[in-house]
Design a protein around this ligand. Sequence first.
Ligand code: SAM
Length: 231
Amino acid sequence: MSDDPVLIFSMTKNKKAKKPWPTKDAMAQIYEKNLWGGEESEYYSGLGSHHPEVVNPYIAAVSAFLKDFETPPVVCDLGCGDFNIGKELVKYSKKYIALDIVPGLIAYNKKAFQADNLEFHALDITTDELPSGDCAILRQVLQHLSNAEIKSVVEKLYNYKYVILTEHLPEEDFEPNKDIISGQGIRLKKQSGVKLLASPFNLKVKEEKQILSVKSPGFKGVLETTLYQIN
Ligand SMILES: C[S@@+](CC[C@H](N)C(=O)[O-])C[C@H]1O[C@@H](n2cnc3c(N)ncnc32)[C@H](O)[C@@H]1O
């Protein structure tokens, strides 16, 4: 029997069929079992959310973008995780709405991080209606989702003026958007990564600008952050 957290196996005669867990259960189990690291019983979203060489330049680049607005923007953080990063961006927004699929994590964040302009909500960005805002942040979230789930998120991105997307990608040339089962893993193991402008997502944008690319000791590949102007 596999102990892979994102898969259950059902035996039909001699055939082994892989059935994905619902994404909500898979993500909750990742936090419960600390599969992205961290101390037992703490919510920890992984090295990509904590390594200073990755986190500091990201916060600098995104803060600079948010500070540039004449009126601070309403920001929707889609898949906010343990909020080690989001907490640094709240002060540059008129309202910061942080969403995640794991209810226990959201309940924890509500107690741990408080500000007048900050809201947390437990919801599934693939199936639920998303709050409106000026700018959506998607940081290392889509990389964990299947192509079908990414497609349903992409349709909703047209409601925002800007999207700031961060994805973990291979360093060399690669075939984008190979499909995976939603869960702990990402496309890097298939020498692939998420590119929203490519098929099958074909996101239509007015402008695309890479604002950060970081390679850090401790993991393969690069963390690329792209700013899209959608409307
Ligand atoms: C690797 S963590 C990144 C967290 C945070 N964005 C950061 O960069 O620190 C991915 C997060 O996406 C959340 N997530 C995955 N699928 C989701 C979905 N369908 N709806 C909302 N959140 C989701 C997970 O629960 C997890 O907290």
